[in-house]
Design a protein around this ligand. Structure first.
Ligand SMILES: *[C@@H]1O[C@H](CO)[C@@H](O)[C@H](O)[C@H]1NC(C)=O
Ligand SMILES: *[C@@H]1O[C@H](CO)[C@@H](O)[C@H](O)[C@H]1NC(C)=O
Length: 314
């Protein structure tokens, strides 16, 4: 009797902890981003009015700045561009390591804001869309809220009703079937994105990827319910204590293990392009997106990410 009660008590404590406990495997802050990530001087596949520069150029032009626990990446905000020349200098960083099942937690002080901006924090496999894409923080032209989105190959859909605080804007994750929209979920609060995010001092984004589900959480820096392991960037975390995520993508009608491969973590800032350019006027921005980017460098003085840290748990 006594023994079985003890066993029962032990298993009641141990079981929930096992599934959702993770240990920190990587921590990036300040200069750590320069060695842990690669600046990718590549053409923007989404046709943005940007010119992604390499690390030496980014550091020389102060588009990338790393010091102490500050890591800033930005778009150039001083150069008037020639219409026939390359786009505005900007930065795209990709992690040198790849991850399958894991948790990533971002502590962000500021994100790019301004008409034409299309910033993104996301994870993607080398073979797109067959290895999947998970967008954690993304939006355009300062329009809140944040939208978290999966992009996959065929046969991956999400149940219409599920346990999340956000609002689904599409339940078919197949890029081919949705004109590349994928299955997105909008966060419930405007301070998850753009100017409202920045005036609150930013906040924390977290993504948990297992073979059973993908979850995304957001806590504004001023929120009263930030879990202490998130707030402190603890060496071990328990996602069971984090409450209902704003985006929940279960494996019910999507085999996550076969639709998602090893992922790199990417943080990038493009301008105009397939999304921000297409809705530039509809979002209340002046004139035509490319001309606006070319002629108004000072409009990009707040087009920067300021990252306190990124922690990865496995
Ligand atoms: C930058 O991020 C956006 C949003 O996820 C993405 O669609 C685009 O392809 C990215 N650009 C580059 C060059 O990675
Ligand atoms: C470079 O950028 C950082 C971050 O925005 C800023 O604090 C610093 O003053 C800049 N340095 C120069 C030389 O402009």
């Amino acid at each position: 009797m006594f023994t079985s009660l003890v066993l029962l008590a032990l298993s009641a404590v141990a079981t929930p902890t096992l599934g959702a406990s993770y240990s920190q495997s990587d921590s990036f802050s300040g200069q750590g981003f320069l060695s842990g990530f690669t600046h990718q001087a590549i053409a923007d596949p989404t046709h943005g009015r940007v010119n992604y520069v390499d690390q030496a150029t980014a550091l020389a032009q102060n588009l990338t700045y790393a010091s102490g626990d500050t890591f800033v990446i930005r778009a150039d905000d001083t150069t008037v561009l020639s219409a026939s020349g390359p786009g505005r200098n900007s930065v795209r960083l990709q992690s040198n390591k790849q991850y399958t099942t894991h948790v990533s937690v971002w502590n962000l002080r500021h994100m790019p804001q301004g008409c034409a901006t299309w910033p993104a924090v996301w994870e993607v496999g080398a073979d797109w869309p067959n290895q999947g894409e998970i967008d954690i923080l993304e939006g355009v032209n300062d329009v809140a809220p944040d939208q978290a989105t999966l992009h996959t190959s065929a046969d991956c859909t999400m149940p219409a009703s599920r346990s999340q605080t956000g609002t689904s804007v599409g339940n078919n994750c197949d890029t081919a079937a949705t004109g590349n929209s994928g299955c997105g979920v909008q966060a419930p609060s405007t301070n998850s994105y753009g100017p409202a995010f920045n005036s609150a001092g930013g906040g924390f984004y977290a993504m948990e990827r297992t073979n059973d589900f993908i979850k995304v959480w957001f806590w504004s820096r001023t929120a009263g319910n930030i879990p202490s392991d998130v707030l402190n960037g603890a060496t071990s975390i328990n996602t069971d204590n984090w409450g209902t995520p704003f985006a929940f993508f279960p494996s019910t009608s999507c085999d996550l293990a076969s639709h998602f491969g090893p992922h790199s973590i990417i943080i990038n800032l493009t301008l105009c392009g397939d999304w921000a350019g297409a809705v530039f006027s509809a979002d209340g921005c002046p004139g035509d997106c490319v001309s606006y980017v070319n002629a108004n460098p000072s409009a990009f003085s707040n087009a920067y990410f300021d990252v306190a840290w990124l922690k990865v748990y496995q």
